[in-house]
Ligand binder design. Structure first.
Ligand code: EPU
Length: 337
């Protein structure tokens, strides 16, 4: 029997560890159960929120509706070609379990995305990315449910309109779509991508250059910089790295010759938000129950008892300070509910 739980705390369901509650919580491990939960919400005339691993969300108040957790499991081999394979993974598969599955079978494409918290179903939503690789590089298509029509549909890679930490699921389809399965194409002859930051140095330290060592190197770098959400509440990068016009970048560079940047196009560059935040003096700073992580200024941490509103307020102070100093607007990467 499928049970939709009533009045439950979401503290264990978000990596910030914010203690708010929801009227209803539906852990749905089949497409039919997701559909059932959608119908339940519409029958009770309450809103729906889709919550995967809860690793990219800031909850600011109790939710008066149905939280649906798409918990569909399973990784299936759909196509086996001479050079590549196509795998179909359930939205509820833990992302890093999926990465490990690929690496252990010699399948390349997602190894740089090791150790990212959250589930497979969330990977396409914000097009997760790290160390020069993005989820969009391996995603073939998405299976999901259109909430309004209850139709089960498929979107191919271009229909997902992936961009830096963005997709159609954060734009037109925001709140209107549930990802149920993601199809990935992985390579049997992986070309390792090791030119981001200090990945290459870490690999040299580890010796061999294989899928396994790339995964290990990424895990080592991430663990050194990013706080473990099991120990200290956080949702990874709180802001996106801003993309600015070259003219604005040059103006910043005049005053700060060491400003780091990544090329985006002929007219735009990306500046690491962590650098901007650090220059404004926030790195390692604690205000009340929250603060900026000491090893990576892009991460806001909950020291224990913070409310979502307190963290939001703190984040807005950081935005203001970066805007005053650099005239750059920082956009939040986490979803605020
Ligand atoms: N930097 C600082 N101070 C800091 C942090 C960063 O000066 O406190 C500067 C340094 O110049 C550093 C550069 O920023 O070399 C880049 O830092 P890092 O490699 O840590 O990456 P990031 O740009 O801060 C992005 C992603 C991360 C991802 C890393 C690695 C976004 C919003 N974040 O961070 O993703 O792991 O690159 O690829 O694009 C996440 O999304 O939750 C996440 C952790």
């Amino acid at each position: 029997m499928f049970v939709i739980k009533k009045n439950i705390s979401l503290k264990r369901h978000n990596t910030f560890g914010i203690d708010v509650s929801t009227n209803y919580y539906a852990k749905a491990n089949t497409v039919e159960k997701v559909l059932y939960a959608i119908n339940f919400a519409s029958y009770n005339k309450v809103p729906i929120y889709i919550l995967g691993g809860g690793s990219n969300i800031l909850l600011t108040k109790d939710f008066d509706g149905v939280i649906i957790n798409p918990a569909i499991q399973g990784i299936t081999l759909m196509e086996d070609m001479p050079e590549d394979v196509v795998l179909r993974a359930g939205a509820g598969v833990n992302w890093d379990t999926f990465v490990d599955y690929c690496v252990e079978r010699g399948l390349g494409g997602v190894e740089n995305l090791s150790n990212i918290p959250g589930n497979v179903g969330a990977a396409p939503i914000q097009n997760i990315g790290a160390y020069g690789v993005e989820a969009k590089d391996t995603i073939v298509k998405i299976e999901g449910i259109q909430i309004d029509s209850r139709k089960v549909v498929e979107l191919n890679n271009s229909e997902c309109r992936f961009d830096y930490r963005d997709s159609v699921f954060k734009q037109e389809l925001k709140g209107k779509f549930v990802v149920t399965y993601v199809w990935f194409k992985l390579s049997k002859n992986a070309v390792l991508q090791t030119n981001y930051g200090n990945l290459d140095d870490e690999l040299s330290r580890l010796g061999e250059r294989t899928l396994r060592t790339v995964r290990q190197a990424v895990i080592n770098i991430r663990t050194a910089k990013l706080p473990d959400p099991n120990i200290i509440g956080n949702a990874g990068s709180f802001f996106k790295n801003p993309i600015v016009e070259i003219s604005q970048f040059n103006a910043i560079k005049l005053k700060y010759p060491n400003v780091p940047s990544y090329p985006v196009s002929e007219s735009f560059v990306k500046i690491p938000a962590g650098w901007l935040i650090e220059q404004c003096g926030w790195k390692g700073k604690q205000v009340g129950n929250c603060g900026v992580h000491a090893n990576q200024a892009l991460v806001i941490v909950n020291y224990g008892n913070s409310t979502g509103a307190e963290i939001l307020n703190f984040a807005q102070s950081i935005q203001k300070s970066v805007e005053q100093t650099f005239s750059v607007k920082l956009e939040m990467e986490v979803n605020v509910l």
